[in-house]
Ligand binder design. Structure first.
Ligand code: SF4
Ligand code: F3S
Length: 104
């Protein structure tokens, strides 16, 4: 599976949802996740993310986030069309230590 990681928080560009062939993205207030049960590992979302927040689960950078994606994808609503990106998304792109800001 592919995994959405920390830099998505408060960026939430949503370019990723537009390209997923199986619509397996789920959205919270300021973060998106991928359902590991539904992702078919096609990889097309990875280069679409302007925040470079998506990695395959084989990548070390995905390690802390696989469980978060698995858990939240069970309770958040599905999202298959891009909505409005936060106005300050670009200001949050690249900021570190955003994990505590994740709204669940
Ligand atoms: Fe969807 Fe493919 Fe990305 Fe998995 S890897 S979330 S199937 S676009
Ligand atoms: Fe997040 Fe990147 Fe998608 S910032 S919403 S994973 S395009």
């Amino acid at each position: 599976t592919y995994v959405v990681t920390e830099n998505c928080i408060r960026c939430k560009y949503m370019d990723c949802v537009e390209v997923c062939p199986v619509d397996c993205f789920y959205a919270g207030e300021n973060f998106l996740v991928i359902s590991p049960e539904e992702c078919i590992d096609c990889g097309v979302c990875e280069p679409e993310c302007p925040a470079e927040a998506i990695f395959p689960d084989s990548d070390d950078r995905a390690a802390d986030w696989l469980e978060v994606n698995a858990e939240l994808s069970k309770s958040w609503p599905n999202m298959s069309r891009k909505g409005d990106t936060p106005a300050d998304a670009d200001e949050w792109n690249g900021k570190t230590d955003k994990k505590e800001l994740l709204s669940k």
